[in-house]
Write a protein that binds this ligand. Sequence first.
Ligand code: NAD
Length: 481
Amino acid sequence: MEKYQIFIGNEWRDSATKETFESYNPYSGEPWAKIPKCDARDVDAAVDAAHDALYSGPWGQMPPTQRGALMRKLAELIQRDADKLATVEVRDNGKLLAEVRGQVSFLPQWLYFYAGLADKVTGSVVPIDRPDMFTYTLREPVGVVAAIVPWNSPLMLMMWKLAPALAAGCTFVLKPSEYTSASALQFAALVREAGFPEGVFNVVTGFGKEVGDPLTSHPKVAKVAFTGGEGAGRKIMENASADFKRLTLELGGKSAQIVFPDADLAAAVSGGIAGIFAATGQTCIAGSRLLVHEGIYDAYLERFVTSARTAQMGDPMELTTQVGPVTTQPQFDRILSYIDIAKEEGARCALGGGPAVRPECGNGWFIEPTVFADVRNDMRIAQEEVFGPVVSVIPFSEDEEAYAIANDTEYGLAAGVWTSSIKRATVAPRRLRAGTVWVNTYRAASVMMPFGGVKKSGFGRENGIEAIEQYLETKSVWLSY
Ligand code: NAD
């Protein structure tokens, strides 16, 4: 079994407790790595290292061009070790190797993009109405950043925070999910090899209560960047409120994809399939509600079910696999309980509806791709985030009805629209209350495009030029002659 250590001040160490917990491989259902079980003492050490690095170490004084150069070096090392990083992540979260390779191959883009911004952050001279004063602003790093990420895309969601934070000059303490800590620890070795000064990047591992809580309430942490679920998000907001830390929250979703009667049916089917079944439904942007016009409802459903039925399940390391296991045992149980709830509520199960018992699924946590048809939007299966390979198909008759159903959710992360009408393609993005709207595509992402939610999907934006703003403060300087 692999044994990992935590990373503080550019050094590897065991946790203060000297205890470890096991990380499981979702495909075999077996433990494969021992991860340090940290507590508040490790959090203190990591935050102190990050604080010192920023306020008394070389990082705080380093010119932005040099910070950018270190980021570019790190990008090169990721490219060199991409396969190793991807393999570790697949072992931990059971996501398809092909998907994880894709995500890892994009990580350098984030570093290059924000490295390019590092030396373009400038204050301004403000010509106030006082000839005896020289007034200007400085743009400074917000301080020590605590980043908390979930298990579904550990490295990618870390990078969305790390790259703008480094470009802004912040230092960073990461707590990965207790289910998927290994890839971040593997990544830490590259940060050291790239030559970052000690304390700029630190990783503490463990659970929400023992590590996440003390980290997000630590007085030396200035900003918390969180991706995860509603419960932890609420607790983190409470913690951050004690001393008014800066906060970004990327939370859950219940995203709708609307299939209008003039849609290209084949494209809408494959977009619907990728929307829900990618990463076995375990993505915040999962298109878990399919709103289909009644005129094409039967035809769409038949093609959708046929396509989902033939999806190849099995070992996520095999490049031919299309649907892998779910990542954790609790998640497996939770998804099955939602399937039961949907059946009790009267949704018609058109495909799947239980664990996948197939030879190619071994002992892993596999659930059949599941399609519920004729769902009403007030059913729990259409309102609550399942985070699994379960889709609700809902008929509609009028455009306004489709927008109303799509918006009738507490969440507002993403939405999809399938249409060949220019009018619908331009009206729908304005009518849908979501942070991202895709038209005739789904899941497209770029470092240049902002990402984030409205309503209960959280606030703040990652990616794009404005993400660096979330890691900067403005200082006003008044100089009297
Ligand atoms: P989770 O909220 O259970 O855990 C996320 C992280 O928070 C983990 O590292 C966990 O240890 C930590 N945590 C838990 N309690 C904490 C506390 N009290 N203080 C500080 N940290 C604490 O979420 P999960 O099950 O790992 O991930 C699934 C959720 O993440 C889903 O709701 C999904 O929609 C969401 N998600 C959102 C996005 C997005 O960008 N909006 C992306 C991916 C996942």
